[in-house]
Design a protein around this ligand. Structure first.
Ligand SMILES: [Cu+2]
Length: 410
C-alpha cells in the first residue's frame, strides 16, 4: 500500500515538473538535431520576413539565401532530392508561391554541394494566433534542417479566409470547400459499409462460444447460407460500384493530370560564397567550454581590390556580429543574433593582395542555449559556417569555412 502511494506521489511530481517546464518548451526540434547537421548542410543567411502582423487573407513573403556546405557530413545522405517547406503549428498558413533562384519551384530538387541559392516563399494567413514559423529543408533520407524562426501574428475572422484557384480549364474554385462534400460522403459510405459488416458478425456469439461450437463439431452452424449470400453480393457489388464511380468521375473530368513526381532542375546562382576573391583557410578551431567561445585561427587572403574586415560569422542559424564593422542589415530583435559576439585580434582592414593570419573569436551563451556545444561529443566534431567580410563601401564577401574542432574544457 505504502509502495503504491509512493509511486503515485512520484508520478504526480513528475507530471507537475513536466507541466511547469512546458512554458519554455515550444521548439519544433530545431535544437534537437545534431550540431554537425545544423552547421554543415544547409547554411541559411539573409532570411527576412516581409511583415509580422497580418490579417486573415494577408500575405507574408519569406525571402532568403542558403549555401549548401561543401563539407557535407559523411553520415548524411547527399541532397539529391530536397524540398523547401515552412514549419507551422498546423494549417495556419497556406503556401501560394515558391521560387528558387527566381524560377517557380513546385516539386523537389537536387542541390549542388557548394552552391548558393536564393528562395522566396509566399504564405497567406489562414487561422488567427501567434506562431513561430521557420523555413526548413526536407532532405530525402536525412530529415529536416530548420532555418531561422520568426514570430508572426495573425488576427481576424477565420471564416473570412478564402483560397480561390483558377484551374487549367478556366474554372475558379475555392480550395477551402472544393470537393469537401464528395470526400466526406465517400468516407461515410465506406465507414458505414465496414461497420455494418462488422456488426453483422459482432451481434452473434463471439470467440469463446464459437470456439466451443467448433470443439463440439458444430462448425456448420457458425456460418449460415444468408452470410454466404451477403458475402458474395459484397464481393460482386463493391468492385462494380468502385469501377462505376471511377467511370463517372472520368467522364465528368476528362482532362485530369496526375500529381507530378518529377524533380525540378534548378542550377545554383553565380557564387556569392567562395567567389574566389576572399580566400579563407581555417588552420585551427578550439571551442572554449567555460567561455562558450569558438576561437578560429584563419588565414585570410584578400584578392579583391578593396580592404576588407571580418564582420560576421554565421553557423547553425546563429549569427555572431563584429559590432565595430558597419553592416547593411542587423535584426536587433532577433534572439539568435549575438550583436557583439565576434572579435578579431587584428582589427585593421586586410589590404588588397594581403594574406594575414587572424584569430577570430565567436563568443556567446547561444552556443550553449542552442545546444550547438554538443558538437565535440559527436563522432564528427567538425565546425561549418559562413564568414562574412565587408569592404569600406559595404560590399559583402562570404566564405564557407569547415574545420575540425578541439574542445578546451578549462
Ligand atoms: Cu520555432
Amino acid at each position: 500500500m505504502l509502495k503504491i502511494k509512493k509511486l503515485i506521489a512520484v508520478t504526480l511530481w513528475a507530471v507537475t515538473c513536466l507541466l511547469a517546464s512546458q512554458s519554455s518548451v515550444y521548439a519544433h526540434g530545431e535544437k534537437a538535431l545534431e550540431p554537425f547537421i545544423r552547421m554543415r548542410t544547409i547554411q541559411w543567411y539573409d532570411v527576412r520576413w516581409s511583415q509580422e502582423q497580418l490579417k486573415i487573407n494577408d500575405e507574408v513573403v519569406i525571402t532568403g539565401k542558403f549555401h549548401v556546405a561543401e563539407d557535407w557530413p559523411r553520415s548524411v545522405p547527399k541532397p539529391d532530392a530536397t524540398y523547401l517547406n515552412v514549419s507551422t503549428p498546423g494549417p495556419v498558413f497556406i503556401r501560394t508561391e515558391r521560387y528558387l533562384n527566381g524560377q517557380p519551384w513546385v516539386s523537389s530538387t537536387a542541390l549542388k554541394l557548394g552552391g548558393d541559392y536564393d528562395f522566396k516563399i509566399v504564405l497567406k494567413a489562414r487561422l488567427p494566433g501567434r506562431f513561430h514559423i521557420h523555413p526548413f529543408f526536407n532532405l530525402h533520407d536525412a530529415g529536416s534542417v530548420m532555418g531561422p524562426g520568426h514570430w508572426l501574428e495573425i488576427s481576424g475572422d477565420p471564416a473570412a479566409f478564402s483560397n480561390p484557384v483558377k484551374t487549367l480549364s478556366g474554372d475558379v474554385v475555392d480550395m477551402e470547400s472544393y470537393g469537401f462534400a464528395n470526400a466526406v460522403s465517400w468516407h461515410v459510405f465506406w465507414m458505414v459499409l465496414g461497420a455494418t459488416w462488422l456488426l453483422w458478425w459482432v451481434r452473434r456469439p463471439l470467440f469463446i462460444p464459437r470456439y466451443k461450437m467448433l470443439q463440439a463439431g458444430d462448425e456448420s452452424a457458425l456460418i449460415t447460407s444468408l452470410d454466404k449470400t451477403i458475402a458474395k453480393a459484397i464481393l460482386v457489388v463493391v468492385p462494380l460500384f468502385v469501377f462505376g464511380a471511377y467511370a463517372v468521375t472520368d467522364s465528368q473530368y476528362p482532362n485530369a493530370i496526375p500529381l507530378q513526381a518529377a524533380l525540378d532542375q534548378i542550377e545554383p546562382l553565380t557564387p556569392e560564397v567562395n567567389n574566389g576573391l576572399i580566400q579563407v583557410k581555417v588552420k585551427r578551431s578550439e571551442y572554449h567550454v567555460p567561455g562558450r567561445a569558438m576561437v578560429m585561427t584563419a588565414q585570410i587572403h584578400n584578392l579583391s581590390d578593396q580592404p576588407v574586415r571580418v564582420g560576421e560569422f554565421a553557423s547553425g542559424n546563429l549569427r555572431f556580429i563584429n559590432s565595430t564593422v558597419g553592416m547593411a542589415y542587423q535584426d536587433h530583435g532577433d534572439p539568435l543574433v549575438a550583436q557583439t559576439g565576434l572579435k578579431v585580434d587584428s582589427p585593421e582592414p586586410i589590404q588588397p593582395g594581403e594574406t594575414r593570419t587572424v584569430q577570430i573569436e565567436a563568443a556567446d551563451a547561444l552556443w550553449e542555449t542552442e545546444q550547438l556545444d554538443g558538437l565535440f561529443r559527436d563522432a564528427d566534431s567538425r565546425l561549418g559556417g559562413l564568414l562574412f567580410l565587408y569592404d569600406a563601401t559595404g560590399k559583402r564577401y562570404a566564405a564557407s569555412v569547415a574545420t575540425a574542432v578541439i574542445p578546451q574544457f578549462n
